[in-house]
Design a protein around this ligand. Sequence first.
Ligand SMILES: Cc1cc2nc3c(=O)[nH]c(=O)nc-3n(C[C@H](O)[C@H](O)[C@H](O)COP(=O)(O)OP(=O)(O)OC[C@H]3O[C@@H](n4cnc5c(N)ncnc54)[C@H](O)[C@@H]3O)c2cc1C
Length: 161
Amino acid sequence: MRVPRENLLGTEEGKGFYQLMQQLPQERMIIALGALAAMERAIGLTVEYVRNRKVFGAPLLDMQNTRFKLAECKTNATIARTFVNECMGKVLRGELDPGTAHGQWWCTQRACEIIDECLQLHGGYGYMMEYPIARMYVNARVSKIFGGSNEIMKELIAREL
Ligand SMILES: Cc1cc2nc3c(=O)[nH]c(=O)nc-3n(C[C@H](O)[C@H](O)[C@H](O)COP(=O)(O)OP(=O)(O)OC[C@H]3O[C@@H](n4cnc5c(N)ncnc54)[C@H](O)[C@@H]3O)c2cc1C
């Protein structure tokens, strides 16, 4: 296809793919940030839910299993935030490194696991699309695929070993 010269995207003709590749760290960070936000939102929603849901006369939050599961989720989300913050600093300084691949696969994997745990704590309501956690479960799944699948992220990391 002929494209008028003034419609050229990027700075160099014939190098479109390479120019696109230079933006991949930013794309990976957007995906990692989205996963982090999803983790934190899922935990917030679930804490609110288990505080109000009563089972056997007591809030679900009083059960040790609920407390331990949410504590694990919170620990993972805290680690994710710390790591994403560090990666963001690198991206903003233009220091492209495989760290962003770590962030994308790790955060999206953890987000799917955390949302799954949070959905479980919602019981049957968690399976109904009227509840935000059910929609989060569906939406989180694709984050392990788009922007380069998590297997490809691990391949990039493995090349640097
Ligand atoms: C909702 C959505 C939005 C998207 N948006 C965009 C977009 O805006 N722009 C864009 O360019 N693309 C977009 N994509 C495409 C996306 O980047 C690809 O779907 C993704 O990179 C996976 O490629 P594929 O679908 O061809 O799967 P495949 O490459 O066929 O992969 C299938 C499976 O094989 C595994 N696999 C593939 N190669 C290897 C390997 N070398 N080693 C080990 N395992 C491997 C994969 O991890 C995966 O599990 C989008 C996809 C979705 C679902």
